[in-house]
Design a protein around this ligand. Structure first.
Ligand code: ADP
Ligand code: GLC
Length: 490
């Protein structure tokens, strides 16, 4: 199948979270399975920096052309690179003022959020370039709200643009809380027929994700449990009704993990390599983490790792409430993250007052993330909601049984040990997002760590199958359904 992925993020060119991991790993798996796949991204500043570090530059994809949006004309360039560890072509839409601005979701130079504008340009330029290049995909696979205009153009511009007649669209929701909500006066920038405005409006605002949910031929999200949760009022972030209307088109497909990035047997970031068969290297990784964190490596007590964006979603505020009691009971904690300043300050405060027991690393640090996954005894994710979550799958693969709140993809991947399920358990889980539940579950995990139960949990964790092949096969089925719904064969 000919598949084009459209996304704001893709490792290693631009990543703020799991979206960037998935939009690299899935195309890689699809190409390995024989699909004709490419990726379309904005040429963000981190992508330019990545190329500079490599000492190379992407080639010209096609001659520059102009895109008009609400009476303004923009010249865009198309650059062509390649996804590392694959032959997958990556096409970048280049427009410096829109995309060369430091952090990828940064506002413009006046501090104004022009996301609707620049992602509309991104989609329209990508489609124009596909036409110039004669590359018409059978599936336009759009990730989150940024490329949401593409399914809408496909569904509602049909009578004007026959190019879309042969193209089916799939929308993957990685996080329903990011919707691309803008002032309704910006609707004309989308270039859609005026009568579609109610389909793209929610609560008086243009809502790009809603438009794509209504327009896409199929909708997926990144775990079966999250697919269920987002249809409820509690989990629907205001779009549950729209999603319930499209329930026959909504499927949950669990993400996989990319073995070219996350495999303890080959990971270049680790102090020592190890595998399920030969796990001796994990002790070296624990020692290296202790050294980096200023902890005693001789102390057999639990080292708990936590990594992630410091946002409401991740529940780190509640974890931080639990920290004094956790430390008091002998658990040591390493946290890596960036985001909310209040949370950052609290982390630094704990680190200052608890040397040797609590370490806080602020910022985004890929190498440290790998070192924590491998070196910690256990890994904690107290998420309020979690569409899929990758870190718990990484910690499973690294033999670091995770402690998670039972929500979304965490519920689908971590089988909590409850005393009678040693055959299948691979971690620990709790339901209430309270410091008490965290403290109690960590205490339960600590007692397992000191017993013969632990090696069995590690064994189960390292043997869990989160291959992208499985997910890619499932996406194939969804692509076929999308084409059938559009009256196309495959
Ligand atoms: P989300 O996409 O909601 O942030 P995921 O668990 O799906 O959550 O993916 C998070 C990804 O981002 C993982 O690859 C994780 O290692 C990485 N990550 C998040 N914060 C950091 C950080 N501060 N440093 C390094 N990697 C990070
Ligand atoms: C989102 C979600 C996360 C998921 C990731 C990749 O950022 O928050 O749970 O794993 O996308 O799909």
């Amino acid at each position: 199948m000919k598949i084009s992925h459209l996304s704001a993020e893709c490792m290693p060119f631009a990543k703020t979270g799991g979206l960037g991991d998935v939009t690299a790993a899935l195309p890689r798996a699809q190409a390995a399975a024989g699909d004709d796949v490419d990726i379309w991204l904005p040429f963000h500043q981190p992508a330019a920096e990545w190329y500079r570090r490599q000492g190379t530059w992407p080639e010209l994809g096609c001659p520059p052309f102009r895109i008009d949006i609400m009476g303004q004309s923009y010249e865009v360039g198309i650059l062509r690179g390649r996804l590392p560890a694959s032959e997958v072509p990556v096409y970048f839409v280049a427009h410096d003022p829109f995309f060369q601005r430091g952090p990828i979701y940064a506002p413009d130079h006046t501090g104004h959020d022009d996301g609707l504008w620049r992602f509309a340009l991104f989609v329209r330029a990508a489609v124009t370039a596909m036409k110039h290049l004669g590359r018409r995909p059978q599936i336009l696979h759009c990730h989150d709200w940024h490329p949401a205009l593409a399914p809408m153009l496909g569904a509602w511009s049909n009578y004007r643009d026959r190019w879309f007649d042969e193209v089916a669209s799939v929308l993957t929701i990685h996080n329903l809380h990011h919707q691309g909500s803008y002032d309704p006066s910006l609707f004309p920038a989308l270039g859609l027929p005026l009568e579609t405005m109610p389909l793209v409006t929610e609560n008086g605002r243009v809502n790009l994700l809603k438009g794509a949910i209504v327009a896409a031929d199929m909708i997926t999200t990144v775990s079966p449990t999250y697919a269920w949760e987002i249809k409820t009022r509690e989990g629907g972030a205001g779009l549950d009704e729209v999603l319930r209307d499209r329930v026959d088109r909504l499927v949950g497909i669990l993400n996989g993990i990319d073995p070219s990035e996350w495999n303890p047997a080959r990971d270049p970031h680790l102090a020592a390599r190890y595998s399920a068969k030969d796990s001796a290297g994990k002790i070296g990784c624990r020692r290296a983490l202790c050294e980096a964190a200023g902890f005693s490596a001789e102390d057999p007590g639990m080292i708990l790792g936590a990594i992630g964006r410091l946002t409401e979603q991740k529940g780190f505020d509640v974890l931080l409430d639990a920290v004094p009691q956790l430390l008091h009971e002998g658990t040591r904690i390493v946290m890596l993250g960036s985001g909310d300043q209040k949370l950052e300050q609290r982390m630094l405060g704990y680190a200052r007052h608890n040397p040797g027991r609590f370490q806080a690393w602020l910022g985004y640090d890929e190498a440290r993330a790998h070192a924590i996954e491998a070196g910690a005894d256990s890994f904690i994710m107290p998420s309020r909601f979690e569409p899929c979550g990758l870190n718990q799958m990484y910690s499973l693969a690294y033999g670091t049984p995770p402690i998670v709140r039972r929500t979304g993809g965490l519920a689908d991947t971590v089988i909590g040990y409850h005393g009678h399920n040693l055959d299948t358990a691979n971690g620990f889980s709790f339901d209430d997002l309270t410091p008490g539940a965290i403290v109690g579950t960590v205490a339960w995990a600590r007692s397992a760590l000191a017993s013969s139960i632990w090696p069995r949990l590690v064994y189960n964790a390292m043997h869990a199958d989160f291959s992208w092949q499985r997910a890619a096969e499932h996406y194939q089925t969804v692509y076929r359904q999308a084409r059938t719904h559009r009256g196309l064969d495959w």
